[in-house]
Write a protein that binds this ligand. Sequence first.
Ligand code: SF4
Length: 209
Amino acid sequence: MQTPDRSPSIVYWLGNSIYLNITNKCPNRCYFCFRRFKNGIKEFKLKLEKVPNTEEVIEELHKILNKNNWDEIVFCGFGEPLERLDVILEVTRWVKKHSGKRVRVDTNGQGYLLNKGRDVVRELKEAGVGKVCVSLNAQNKETYNKICKPTFKNAYENVLEFIKRAKESGLETEATAVTVSEIEVSRFKEVAEKMGVKFLVREYIPFFW
Ligand code: SF4
């Protein structure tokens, strides 16, 4: 079933979390990516017609921030949030100043490839991000390339490096994967455990339409 036709959402909510959809760009082409099959999630349309600037993100967030006792604010939409590091930093600073809510970034872990020369993890931490969930998605490079079809050649190594640096910086760090047939869950867990981070394996829900 397609999401109803309506204006694209920069801000949407699921459960007790607010989500920020700040870009539709991503250097991966994962075959299970929601964007390939749907226009949005629930009643929210996440295909953006225009890339929002920081002020627009804050304006939309401001409208609902005090409407519920939200648990956290999560950068996660139909694209890779670290494509827009500066927006994340500015919005996070605003959130910490005006609400103190926990901020999380769901990322594919290619932040250093997307932001050459930047100290991405340190900048996130200093702005007030508390947690990163990193889509490691595979037990090795070969499997990662099959599943995620990255544009960057050394994507998998960079994802591992991002997780390592995030963990070392003191950010709460979780490695995630979905249960597609290529993944060997026990070996994926071993990789995460070796790096000393938590892991989460989400069930893969195939699309049939
Ligand atoms: S990394 Fe995330 S947004 Fe990018 S293609 Fe994969 S599932 Fe989609």
